[in-house]
Every structure is written in structure tokens, then in C-alpha cells.
Design a binder for this molecule. Sequence first.
Ligand SMILES: Cc1cc2nc3c(=O)[nH]c(=O)nc-3n(C[C@H](O)[C@H](O)[C@H](O)COP(=O)(O)OP(=O)(O)OC[C@H]3O[C@@H](n4cnc5c(N)ncnc54)[C@H](O)[C@@H]3O)c2cc1C
Length: 351
Amino acid sequence: MTGHEYDAIVVGASFAGLAVARQLRGRVLLLDRNEVGAVQTSACGTPLWVPQTLGVASSVLQVHDRLTVRTAVSTITYDLSAVPFCTFDYKAFCRGLLSQCEVRFLRTPVTEVKEGRVVTGDGSFSAAVVVDCSGWRGVLVNGPAGARPATGAYTFGLEAHTPIDDDRLTFFLDRTVIPQGLGWIFPVGTGSLIGIGSYAGLSKLRPALDRYLLAQGTVAAHYHGTYFPNRLGRATVGRLFAVGDAAGQCLPLTAEGIRPALYFGGECGKIVQRVVGGALTLDAGLETYRELVERYRNAYRILQWAQWVTAHAPARWLAGLTELAGRRPLLPRWWPRYGSFGRFGPATVPT
Ligand SMILES: Cc1cc2nc3c(=O)[nH]c(=O)nc-3n(C[C@H](O)[C@H](O)[C@H](O)COP(=O)(O)OP(=O)(O)OC[C@H]3O[C@@H](n4cnc5c(N)ncnc54)[C@H](O)[C@@H]3O)c2cc1C
């Protein structure tokens, strides 16, 4: 065996890649073009149980038990205390997960899979199992053609750090700010991340965001943004596993991609470990993972439908729907169910 052969290679060391990698033992190579935790693309809002269960609770910046949804004609506040949310520090979260992994990490860009080998800026590597966790581009699973963000299957989000402090999460659904999309204010301990997202995938959002910030009497310090999928994609492609945004696992409507990446990543990692350990053939491993993801397809379809309604319904309908969703007995039924999606048990902690 040369230094370029591994049991498993994981491409991408963010939420999905780290969730896969922490389940693996053996000769495992984790690849990313950036240092782990160095490039944040998200507002990092997720249920509080997520960092707690993963042993990275020290990354939490602020806990939120209220969510305000503003439409053009209404404001409604939901009580989230049944499943509180939090915002967390991306670098601390990712570094915490990396410290739980027994892998070789290599910082290098990955370009493709060629003749069964993963081609990088530092040579090519081979492994029995390869997992693509490279985000929306899906550098391996989408092949040389690349992902196509213009297909309507991708939302574009742009956000900025501002000095505004607040005591809750806010979503705003206001067509005068963003025609087919949503906006958010996510307080992060000191200040807030304020962003807007276009379900239609429009990427030139900076003027609209700046106008909104000006109207709030604030200015932005740092901007970051990118595409994320809003349609469940393929869990496997040929002999490749795909996890997180590379597999279209970000939830439509709410744009929550962290939790699915961590959940499916953990499950995929457990399957890959069985393949590496010889308990499953690669084909059986691919099939098992595909079946697991397929079980969620209907739930994704429902959220996709809700996203369409949010993007197209008249403002008064939207106001009525958000008000209805906040009423008893509806809220105590759907919120804990939504908030518990992907709840990882202790079994996801590797031994
Ligand atoms: C503005 C914005 C705000 C968001 N807010 C939230 C939120 O509050 N909560 C939430 O749950 N979701 C949010 N999301 C969605 C969430 O960020 C993504 O769904 C999530 O990051 C997906 O995780 P991932 O690990 O699949 O991919 P990513 O986090 O995108 O990670 C992909 C990794 O692969 C690496 N990589 C990519 N290409 C290559 C290559 N060629 N070679 C080597 N390495 C490569 C990257 O460097 C990166 O580390 C937001 C998204 C945006 C854009």
C-alpha cells in the first residue's frame, strides 16, 4: 500500500464531511480546499440539541426560544421553547468535530474522479469508498459539467454581519425586499447576521440587502453568500456516496442545510464504516444509504410545495398561513416534529 491509498476518502470538511469522517476508523483521508472552519457560508442557526448531542455545545453563541415571522401585512411570534434554536460559531463547531475524527486531513483542491482515483492539487488518491461532501457544486458527483444553479433547484443566499442585537430569530417574507424569497435576522451573541435568499436563484442580491440594512438604520461589516439546493438530489452516483448540499439535502423553504448534512452524514459514515470493515459490500452500502435518504423524499416534497406557496401566494394569504401555523393546537404539533428531524441518538457518537 502506498501513501496514496486509503480505506475511505471524504471530500469536503464542513458539516457533511465532518459528520461522515467522525464515524470512520481505519485509513481515512479528509480533503478540503480550505482549512477546517475557515470559510463560513451560513448563518449557523440550528436546534440547540444539535451542538449539544455532538459534544460541541461550547460553540453556541446565542439560544433562541422565539421566532418572529414578518409578512408585508402581519407579524407573528412563535414560541420555540419545545425545541429551542441556537446560533453557533462555525469555526469552533467544525474544529470541535474535527477533534473527534481519526483521519488524515489534507488541505488541497479536488478536481475530479478519474479512473477511480480522486484527483487533487497534491496528486491523486484512491480508496475503496469515496464520499462527496463538497457542498452545492458537488465537485465529484456532478462531473466535469458541474452543478447548474440556473435550473431552479438552487436558492442563493447573501448575508452580512451587523451590529444589531436582538432576542429572537426573525424571518421576513416581504416582496418589496426580495420578490421570491425570504429574509432573516439571526442574532449571534454580539450583533446579528442579516440576510436575504432568492428561491429563484438570483445571485445579485447585494443592492437589495444594502437597501434593507439602510432602512433598518445599519450597515454591513462582512458579506458572505452562495447557492444552496432546495430540491433533494441523488444520494449516490455510480460508486460515489453524496451527502449534504452535494446531494441536495438542504431543506426547502427554511433553507436549513446544517442539520440534514449532519444527520445524513452520520448515517452515511456508519454505513461506510461497515463497508470498510467488510460487513457490507460497497454495492450493499450504496443501496442501504440510498434507501435511507429515499424515506425522506415525501417530507422534502412537502417543504418544496410550501416553498412554492411562500414564493407565489398573495401577501394576505401568506399572512393568514403564518398566523394559522402559530395557533394552538397546530404549533405544538408541527414544531417539535420539524425541530426533531434528524435527531441523532447516542449511537452516532463513535466508539
Ligand atoms: C447565506 C446562507 C445562510 C445559511 N444559513 C443557514 C442556517 O442558518 N442554518 C442552516 O441549517 N443552514 C443554513 N444555510 C445552508 C447551509 O449553509 C448549507 O446547507 C450547509 O453548509 C451544507 O453543508 P455541507 O457540508 O453539505 O456543504 P458546505 O458547508 O458548503 O461545505 C462544503 C465543503 O467542501 C469544500 N469544497 C468545495 N469544493 C471543493 C473542492 N473542489 N475541493 C476541496 N474542497 C472543496 C468547501 O471548502 C467546504 O468546506 C445557509 C446558506 C447560506 C448560503
